[in-house]
Design a protein around this ligand. Structure first.
Ligand code: GLY
Ligand code: MN
Ligand code: MN
Length: 442
């Protein structure tokens, strides 16, 4: 196979990992399959770390890295099987893993002896095992059993068990700083997602159901080549917007409802994460406008602030400060800003954080703190974050009656650059006039 940019990326990632696991052996099992019922499985998606290192999408596979041996990278994969391939499609097999996926050696995974023997052999030469404990009990048992076997093979040495390090932190650090190619893939996911949000603004009308909009989003995602959703779409009309993880998406949209959509397409294993809110009848009410403008002010100011040297905590504190000022201006909170923040008076209206890392996973991996976990980590070029403040006034909850039932969140995906940032989600408008004009354009 001709080496595409992609193949080279995976190879570079493996090289980088090997430099970080000196005298170590690392094991990455593929994501397990989950049975939905009888012989039907839930949709399969490869584990993000596994895919990041290999580009290999098949279940029942294992990656084995050994920094001590000449064979640094082995794969254990499903063997070719004509009957299974007839039902389920092409299986790459060990030969394919070597030829197209960079494995220096590859063996069938259906016979456990191949992995077990290779693992023990590698472990006997290693000082550290890199394996993610606590993620999969079957795998934990298998690894511990093999470690016991290996130590028995050593005879009476008195040596301790190999220390086990979680490779997720190493991978988290690697995945956190995006290469140019990764940033481009995220931008592609963001463009696809933005276009879907725009089409939702155009088609939504009072009387439609939330699931019709959910279906339109999915149509737009898949129609533009996205592999799947990055997470379950939240399509929340009216006060459903105040339920932060609303996924029922089955309510009828009423005339004066706002519709909050939090949805993201996954494109080649990188996901976008966009939230927009718009009036289903095409015009914000004065109360909706007031709350929307308050959130927009905080959101835009945080975007402006996001640059190397600032932390996610700085952005969150900044969002809180502006939202508290706005809540005071709207006479929802009374008191000094310092006191209101100190006593967390904003929590009933703003109960969540202002953003997170974004990448292969919507809540992407990577440390939020310094290496010693004692200070918030500063943003660096190549990181991609979301910025997503909101205000929520659940029906019959705290706050003035006129705002009850309004829930607003505005969420963009932002690439941190050397000079500041680049918003990847500008394709989804967030200014009131632009939104109203789109809503009335169909
Ligand atoms: N869609 C999940 C989030 O915004 O964090
Ligand atoms: Mn988010
Ligand atoms: Mn979101």
């Amino acid at each position: 196979m001709k080496k595409s940019l992609h193949t080279i990326d995976f190879e570079q990632r493996r090289k980088q990992l090997l430099t970080k696991i000196k005298k170590g052996v690392a094991v990455f099992p593929a994501a397990p399959e989950h049975i939905r019922n009888n012989d039907v499985h839930h949709e399969y998606r490869q584990d993000s770390n596994f895919y990041y290192l290999s580009g290999f999408e098949e279940a029942n596979s294992i990656l084995l890295f050994d920094s001590n041996s000449k064979t640094h990278f082995q794969m254990f994969v499903q063997p070719k099987d004509a009957t299974k391939e007839l039902w389920e499609g092409k299986i790459i097999g060990p030969e394919g893993a070597k030829k197209d996926f960079g494995a220096e050696a590859a063996f069938p995974s259906n016979d456990p002896k191949f992995f077990d023997e290779a693992f023990i052999k590698a472990l006997l030469e290693a000082e550290v095992l890199y394996y993610r404990v606590g993620h999969n009990e079957d795998w934990d048992r298998r690894i511990f059993t093999l470690m016991k076997k290996a130590i028995r093979q050593l005879g009476r040495t008195g040596r301790a068990f190999w220390p086990i390090h979680d490779p997720n932190e190493i991978l988290g650090e690697m995945r956190l700083i995006k290469t140019r190619a990764e940033a481009e893939q995220l931008e592609q996911a963001a463009n696809i997602t933005a276009e879907a949000h725009v089409s939702a603004m155009k088609i939504a009308k009072p009387g439609m159901f939330e699931y019709e909009i959910e279906a339109a989003l999915y149509h737009a995602f898949r129609g533009q080549g996205a592999g799947r959703l990055g997470y379950g779409s939240i399509v929340a009309g009216g006060s459903n917007a105040c339920v932060l993880h609303y996924v029922a998406n089955n309510k009828k949209l009423e005339d004066k409802d706002l519709l909050l959509i939090d949805a993201g397409a996954e494109f080649e294993y990188y996901t976008a994460d966009i939230t927009r809110c718009f009036p289903v009848n095409g015009r914000f009410t004065p109360e909706q406008k007031e709350i929307y403008s308050a959130v927009l002010k905080a959101q835009k100011s945080c975007v402006k602030m996001a640059r190397p040297g600032k932390s996610m905590k700085d952005l969150h504190n900044h969002a809180i400060e502006i939202l508290v000022e706005e809540l005071k201006r709207l006479k929802i909170l009374k008191g000094t800003t310092t006191n209101l923040i100190k006593h967390k008076a904003y929590i009933p209206y703003y109960p969540h954080g202002t953003g997170h890392w974004l990448g292969m996973d919507v809540h992407d991996t990577g440390r939020y703190f310094s290496e010693s976990y004692d200070t918030p980590r500063k943003l660096e070029p190549g990181m991609v974050i979301t910025i997503e403040p909101g205000l929520y006034f659940a029906a019959n909850a705290k706050g003035p009656h006129k705002y009850q039932g309004i829930g607003i969140r505005i969420e963009d995906d932002v690439l941190i650059t050397a000079s500041g940032n680049k918003v990847l989600t500008t394709g989804a408008p967030k200014e009131i006039e632009e939104i109203e004009s789109l809503c009335n354009s169909n």
